[in-house]
Each structure stands twice: as C-alpha cells, then as structure tokens.
Design a protein around this ligand. Structure first.
Ligand code: COA
Length: 174
C-alpha cells in the first residue's frame, strides 16, 4: 500500500492506442491480484460504447482507464496507475478528464465498483468526490468479496477548473 503523497507530475491524458498495450498490461499486472488479460482488454475495447485513455508521461504510460458510455452515466471498468507514480496526482488527473465529460442534462454521473478490500481505491475515489452508494454482494467470480458501488454526481461548479474543491486537482489546475 502507498505511504505518503509525493511530488505531483503533470500527465497528458489521451486515447489509448494499440501500441500502449504492453505497458497497460504491465501496469494491470502490477496493480491487481486478479488482472485483466490482453483478451479482456481487446474484448472490452471492441464494444462500440467502450473507450480507453492513457495518462502519458515522457512517452510512457503512467496510468490508464477503460470506461463505457451509457445513456445517463459513465461506467468505469478498469482504472490503474503504475505504482511508481502513486500519490503524484496521476489518478486525479485521469478522473478530472472523465468528469469533464459529464453534463447536467445528459451523462450526469460516473459509477464504478471497488473491491471491499481495496481501501486505497476507496480513499482515492472518496477524496475525489465519489460516495459509496450500495454494496453488491458476491460481485466477483474470482473471490467471495463484495463490491462497493461508488458514484460521482455532476455538479455545476465542476466546470470550473479544480472541480469539487479537491485540493490536489485545484493545485494541478493552477
Ligand atoms: C487508486 C489509484 C488509481 C490512485 O491513483 P493515484 O494516482 O495514486 O492517486 P492520486 O495521487 O491522484 O491521489 C489523490 C488523493 O487520493 C487519496 N489517495 C490516493 N491513494 C491513496 C492511498 N493509497 N491511501 C490513502 N489515500 C489515498 C489521497 O487523498 C490523495 O491525495 P494526497 O496524495 O494529496 O493525499 C492507484 O492507487 C492505483 O492504481 N491502485 C491500484 C489499482 C486500483 O485499485 N484501481 C482502482 C480499481 S476500482
């Protein structure tokens, strides 16, 4: 588990491309006990409404996210930052990009599931304005764990850089 915040880095959030796959798989394998396989990524990204983005730092992938666009919400399917970049604001910048896709009338929330044992992810999403809204019993096929469904709701003031007053994002937005 991460210890303390380090110095922030500014990353470029862009679409994922096939040449990123090797680095994405390495991050996935470092971050998760039950990682997605290359086939899982390909199968997801083949879906019409499924997208991937990378956080690039000096020509390397420091983090990535896979999400699907539903009618009224964005569903995050996979989200990870390379451990050597943890606590440097990379995940928050990725979330800021997702939040910028929300609007009051159309997609007005982001949802995702976190494992009940994944405390660092819960703290991270909470620090960025998400709330746990329900428990999904026996959600996973690989372990008997439950999942927490976490949700971020669109707010008018989020269109201002430094959405929902996150000190880290405000700092990054300058
Ligand atoms: C969760 C994760 C994406 C966070 O990414 P990150 O780039 O390290 O997050 P940030 O640096 O933007 O953190 C923003 C804030 O979230 C909170 N936070 C992040 N990681 C935390 C941790 N391990 N413990 C406590 N709080 C944490 C802090 O408030 C932090 O601000 P601070 O560093 O100024 O205290 C990253 O730890 C990760 O990839 N974990 C493994 C994969 C994973 O669990 N993905 C989520 C699946 S649902």
């Amino acid at each position: 588990m991460d210890t303390a915040p380090k110095q922030d880095v500014r990353v470029h959030i862009r679409w994922l491309i096939s040449k990123d796959m090797e680095e994405v798989l390495a991050i996935e394998n470092e971050c998760f006990e039950y990682p997605w396989t290359k086939y899982d990524f390909i199968r997801s990204l083949r879906q019409r409404n499924c997208f991937g983005m990378a956080a690039e730092h000096y020509d390397h992938v420091a983090g990535f996210m896979i999400y699907e666009l539903m009618k009224t919400r964005i569903h995050v399917l996979d989200f990870a930052v390379l451990p050597s970049y943890h606590r440097m604001g990379v995940g928050s910048q990725m979330l800021l990009k997702l939040v910028s896709k929300l609007s009051a009338k159309r997609k007005n929330r982001i949802i995702l599931e976190t494992r009940e044992t994944n405390l660092s992810a819960q703290l991270f999403f909470r620090a960025n304005g998400f709330k746990a809204v329900s428990v999904l019993r026996n959600f996973y096929t690989d372990t008997p764990e439950d999942a927490y469904l976490m949700q971020y709701n669109y707010r008018q003031e989020q269109s201002i850089p430094g959405f929902q007053g996150s000190s880290r994002i405000t700092k990054l937005a300058g």
